[in-house]
Design a protein around this ligand. Structure first.
Ligand SMILES: [Zn+2]
Length: 363
């Protein structure tokens, strides 16, 4: 067997195993968990089968989808708007990352050392998934239209299959750290990926990415750690702007929807972060922007706590990962009850990014 590989057949074997398990299972909560894994895998198989023939969704359909989705998360609207008004790109610029020669083994060992530097709890849970890496992670060369990384987790088995699409710069390392965070969280709480928590599943990986930039810069003196962090931030500003546009166009009725899509196009043209071509900005409609911005807002606050008290931040993150069986809104309220208030530290974070930027400019 080749090193670091898995295929769709491995997932199909897990599917069979789950079917076997569910036929003997008596516990109702376990049955529900296995059932959701089975459905999740079925979707993955469908995606794989249709990868070549995938139809581009129409923008109007995307807009309708978004509209329904945003109606369901009204409790986040004011924080989205605040993030959008506070976040700015002052003094920040996108830079290309330089090519990197990190091998798959390098990516894994750097990721390992980073998780080791966190704390015993996170490291032990990380190791539970990392030990299977020979058959549970694969590295491929990035193909257009793909994600940079994906983790397919089977919660009932506490197993994750990680796919890294390599672009051969520092993004590969950040993607590996990110995906291992997903896989680690499933070890901590097998209910972490349940449906109502979907909005929050990027908190841990985004937080890990932010602290990894400092960690890696200290280890390697590689300024690309901060270039990546800043590029990422600027990308999230586009997401945020996109959300704000969508929210301003929410009140249209069905007949006005075509107009709305036109409005979106115009809005993007006037966007305050419009350094992307129009078509490319419009592509953001396909992304779950609301999930990334929600998690990013929380990750920024956790980072601010982390800088003052590492243990406290990791403890709070652990609490968030342990939360389960709540509604989307309850999750949000419970996170705030931990003392994590979105948009409090955004200006501190921006100051930090600006000082990172100064380092990058001194190339
Ligand atoms: Zn992710």
């Amino acid at each position: 067997m080749g090193k670091y590989n898995w295929t769709i057949d491995d997932l199909k074997a897990k599917f069979k195993l789950l079917e076997e398990l569910i036929s003997h299972e008596k516990d109702a909560q376990r049955i529900e968990l296995i059932d959701s894994d089975l459905n999740f895998l079925l979707n993955i198989f469908e995606e794989y089968d249709s990868k070549d023939t995938i139809q581009q969704p129409k923008y109007i359909d995307l807009y309708r989808e978004y509209k329904t989705k945003y109606e369901g998360i009204k409790f986040l609207w004011s924080d989205f708007q605040r993030f959008n008004s506070l976040a700015n790109s002052n003094g920040l610029k996108v830079f290309d990352l330089k090519k990197s020669r990190l091998s798959s083994d390098d990516l894994l060992s750097l990721t390992h050392d980073f998780y080791k530097s966190l704390d015993k709890f996170f490291f032990e849970n990380f190791l539970k998934t990392f030990k299977d890496r020979q058959t549970h992670i694969r590295f491929q060369t990035y193909a257009d239209g793909f994600h940079c990384g994906e983790t397919i987790s089977i919660s009932a088995l506490k197993e994750s299959f990680i796919d890294i699409q390599r672009v051969f710069d520092l993004q590969d390392l950040f993607a590996t750290v990110h995906e291992y965070s997903h896989a680690t969280s499933v070890q901590i709480n097998d209910l972490h990926l349940q449906l109502n928590k979907e909005l929050y599943v990027e908190i841990d990986p985004l937080f890990m990415e932010i602290i990894f930039a400092d960690y890696y810069y200290q280890q390697s003196n590689d300024k690309d750690a901060y270039t990546y962090r800043i590029n990422n931030y600027l990308e999230y500003l586009v997401y945020s702007n996109m959300i704000s546009l969508l929210l301003s166009l929410m009140n249209f009725d069905r007949q006005q929807e075509i107009k709305t899509v036109k409005g979106l196009r115009n809005g993007i043209q006037k966007s305050k972060f419009n350094y992307l071509p129009l078509e490319e900005s419009f592509e953001y409609l396909k992304y779950p922007c609301e999930r990334y911005i929600t998690c990013y807002m929380i990750a920024i606050e956790l980072y601010n706590i982390y800088k003052q008290d590492k243990d406290k931040a990791l403890y709070l993150l652990r609490k968030i990962i342990y939360m389960s069986n709540l509604s989307s809104k309850q999750y949000y309220n419970n996170i705030k009850r931990l003392g994590i208030n979105p948009n409090q530290s955004i200006s501190d974070f921006q100051k930090e990014l600006q000082s990172n930027m100064k380092r990058i400019r001194k190339r």
